[in-house]
Design a protein around this ligand. Structure first.
Ligand SMILES: [Zn+2]
Ligand SMILES: [Zn+2]
Length: 291
């Protein structure tokens, strides 16, 4: 019996918009029955204009220092708690700075013996797609409307997947975060999503079925059923991500991710181990933890 998540473990110790210490998060993951838990702190940013809102006091140098601190603490916890939980250590990428992000992410990936990386796109040309409805609406207007925003976003994800080849592709349709509950992508956007899925399949990437959208009141888990069903038909594997940002969210909502995976027709979920790489857990062998 296994229970796992690979996108999350953000902590207030190393991330300004998260809460709790990393050790508290690991402690909570153990208490909640996880057998494998991935830590994927946000990568640092390299330009002042790419700081997340709230990071102004920390600054570029502060972010680099915090990330180094995260790496040290994460690997130390992995060894210290090895008898209780298998921790996998990674980080969540950005397509920032808009020029040079691939070199920056590749260098960071090679700088430490990470178990995996989570490939994410949160911006279009340096402007956030997921920070606030007002910012996203303004960005869509500047690009020519919501459909243009969706097309630009999925094109960026496709490029990220083809070039960076992340182990896990995060919250694939994050761009619809602020759309109304019954939202669905247009046929034109879906044809571009098809290319994104082709890229994920070709790179061997695994889809993060991420419950943060549901937990935070932004519709179903990422990605929407119309995308998840297509991913299954194409043979793309999926894993679980709680996108936790503090002890309160460790594992919370993963039942929704599992339900979406089952509804899309999957009969197993992929999980990463340190010794054997990716393995498949049939749905009936998963042991959802105690929340
Ligand atoms: Zn975050
Ligand atoms: Zn993210």
């Amino acid at each position: 019996m296994v229970w796992f998540s690979y996108h999350g473990g953000h902590s207030g110790e190393f991330c300004a918009h998260a809460k709790s210490t990393l050790e508290e998060i690991v402690e909570t993951a153990i208490e909640r029955g996880f057998t494998h838990y991935g830590l994927s702190e946000h990568c640092p940013r390299y330009r002042v204009e790419d700081l997340y809102p709230g990071e102004e006091d920390c600054g570029i140098a502060g972010l680099a220092k915090a990330f180094d601190g995260y790496v040290k603490r994460a690997f130390a916890l992995r060894d210290a708690r090895a008898g209780e939980i298998e921790l996998l250590i990674g980080f969540e990428t950005e397509t920032l700075p808009p020029e040079g992000w691939l070199d920056a992410m590749t260098a960071l990936r090679q700088a430490h013996p990470f178990d995996y990386i989570v490939g994410s796109v949160h911006d279009i040309c340096g402007r956030w797609v997921d920070f606030s409805p007002a910012d996203t609406t303004a960005l869509a207007a500047d690009l020519g409307g919501p459909e243009a925003l969706h097309l630009a976003y999925f094109d960026t994800v496709t490029t990220m997947v083809e070039t960076l080849r992340p182990d896990i592709v995060a919250h694939l349709d994050l761009v619809r975060k602020f759309e109304p509950p019954r939202f669905g992508f247009s046929p034109r956007v879906l044809s571009v999503v098809e290319r994104t899925l082709e890229a994920i399949r070709a790179s061997g990437g695994i889809l993060d079925v991420n419950c943060a959208a549901f937990r935070n009141g932004y519709g179903p888990v990422y990605p929407l059923p119309q995308i998840l069903e297509r991913a299954r038909a194409m043979g793309i594997r999926v894993t679980l991500g709680d996108d936790s940002h503090g002890v309160k969210t460790v594992g919370v909502g993963l039942d929704r991710s599992l339900a979406a995976i089952a509804s899309a027709g999957y009969d197993s979920v992929a999980y990463l181990t340190r010794t054997d790489g990716w393995r498949e857990a049939p749905l009936d062998t998963l042991k959802p933890g105690r929340i």
